[in-house]
Design a protein around this ligand. Sequence first.
Ligand code: BGC
Length: 381
Amino acid sequence: MTRSVYFALVALTLYASGTVTPANAAVQSQGKGSIEMKPFGKTKDGESVELYTLRNDSGMTVQIMTLGGIVTSILTPDRDGKLDDVTLGFDTLEGYLAGHPYFGCITGRVANRIAGGRFVLDGKEYRLATNNGPNHIHGGLKGFDKLVWKAEARQTDQGPQLILRYTSKDGEEGYPGNLNCTVKYTLTNRNELKIEYEATTDKPTPVNLTNHAYFNLGGKAAGNVLDHEIQIFADRYTPTDATLIPTGEIKSVEGTPLDFRKPRKIGERIAEIKADPVGYDHNFVLNSGGKELALAVKVYEPKSGRTLEMYTTEPGVQFYTGNFLDGSIKGKNGVAYGKHHGLCLEAQHFPDAVNKPNFPSVVLRPGETYRQTTIYKFGVR
Ligand code: BGC
């Protein structure tokens, strides 16, 4: 089948299923990539899950499912043009339903940790699930990663776009206020996966949304990421206690294994981190200050030549090196995901910000709109 016939067929299918308008269908056959949907199975509650495939005209394919808005695969070329999948996950929905450490998902209502699963807002105390030792993590027992989002596929000038919507009810997982959330995933022709988050509320509530993709630029069976080089545009970080709750201090990375101001191999100083299991799991305070979209992180994998740049509007990034992966999870192609087989770059407000008055606020009030944009840009060198 020729490329144009293929795009025309995809466009027709989407048009017939009502997911794109005729105007968009026409754009699809004019070299702006494509977006295609197929059923992916059902959740344990019998809800249907769909898998969307976004293709651009620069050789990249990204798949995202409606369960948790999970990015299930990212196919991107190496320096010889060979495609491989650079994100951890499973081949089937069943893999995800069996449980996993937040592969590729939208994370919220509040990503990262809240100390003791409690906070006080406008004089009222709220109690949340403590699902990470003594603390609350990633939105609770059924956070945004475990919900089926409503999807709309579109063609935009920048490329194929998947819009996901979810309304989190007042009291859901203990959080106040009905929160209307929209997450837009766009695959641009510049090989960027652009993620735009928006939320509004009818009561004051903390909000901190991110994506929890685990990257391995070496590809599907590349082993650990310790040879990846990383540069983080952060002079400072937020030290934590043993349960990874920030102490409230903001300290310089100077003279510590967290100094990635110049590119360094992840493995170079990882053994110096005092943690069990050892590895990076730190919030970096980005120099950009979280005011506008700015380059935050650069990653390079020497064997494949693949590069990843992260741009974000957020003030922080949790750099996590898959320390808790222990080989017990078998992912795509049956590959066992061992320690450090993936790295996460979770653009975010700082952990436990709702309890730390000196950190940038995560409180959203009625009438305001929460917005965050993060771009993961893939390339080669
Ligand atoms: C946390 C890690 C955690 C991982 C999976 C990261 O955001 O910082 O400590 O293991 O998510 O839950």
